[in-house]
Write a protein that binds this ligand. Sequence first.
Ligand code: CP
Ligand code: NVA
Length: 299
Amino acid sequence: MAKKRDFLAITDFSTDELLALLDRAANLKAGMDKSKLTGKSLAMIFKKSSTRTRVSFEVAMTQLGGHAIFLSDRDSQIGRGETVSDTAGVLSRYVDAITIRTFAHAEVEELARHASVPVVNALSDLLHPCQVVADLQAVAEEFGSVTDCTVAWIGDGNNMANSWINAAYRLGFELRLACPAGYDPDPAILARAQKAGKVTLTRSPAEAAEGAHVVTTDVWASMGQEDEMAVRAKAFTGFVVDDALMALADERAIFLHCLPAHRGEEVSASVIDGPQSRIFDEAENRLHAQKAILLELME
Ligand code: CP
Ligand code: NVA
C-alpha cells in the first residue's frame, strides 16, 4: 500500500505538485474535472472558530460525493483531554482523512504522525496552507501565472505570512514582507526561503508595495492573541493597506485578505471594498483549492 500523504504545509508538495494542484483547482472550478470521493468521509477537528474553512471543506466533501463530520473541542472528547494519539487512532478507523484547526503546530504534526489516514492543516498558529493555495489560485486567475508576480505582505509575520513564504520558496516568485519590529515571520521558514530566492523582509510597507502585483495583509491580532490587541495596534501603526499604499503598487495590482478583516485597522474600507479587491474570489477559491487537495490525498 502506498504511504499516506498529509498536507500540513505548502512545502509538503513539490514545485511541480503545487503547480499541478493549482491547475486542478482551476479545472474543478471550471467544471472540467469531475472527480469524486464517493462514500468517503472527512473528520474536521476545530479548536478555533471558523466560517470559511469549515463551510468550504464541508461543501467540498458534499459536492465530491462524500461526507464531512464537524468535531469541535467543546462537544467531543478532545476538549475533555482525550489524547491526540488516541483521537488519531480512533478517527483513522472511521474516516478517510482528517482536517485540524488548532493552536500549536506540533499538535497538527502529532495528529498526522498517529493517524493512518491523510491529515490536512486547516490552520495552526504557524501555518495556514489551504488559504494560501486558494490565494495563489486567485493570483493565477488574475495574472495567468503566479511565478512571475511580485507579492507584498504588509503586517504581522503570522501563519499567513509564513505560508506565503513557503509558497515563494516552492514557486520562486518575489515576495516582499513588511512587518513591524518584533512581529517577524518564523525565522527558520524565512531563512530557508531567503537562501533559495526572492524573499525579502523590510520595516517599510511602501518599500514592499512598490510595483507589486499583489498586496495582501491580515488582522493584527490572530485567534488566541486577542489580549495583545492594544499593544499590537500601537506596533502596527503605519501598516495599513490604504489607497496611498495601493497607489505605489503596479497599476493592475490586486488586494487579497484571507478574512475575517477589520476595516479601519489593517486595511481601509476603500481598498477592501474597492475595485482592486478580490476577497470574494479568494474566499470562493477555498472550495476549489481544498477539493483539489482532498482529491490528491484521498483518491
Ligand atoms: N480565512 C479563513 O480561514 O477563514 P475562517 O477562519 O472563517 O475559516
Ligand atoms: N491569522 C489569522 C487567520 C485567520 C483565518 C488567525 O490565525 O486568526
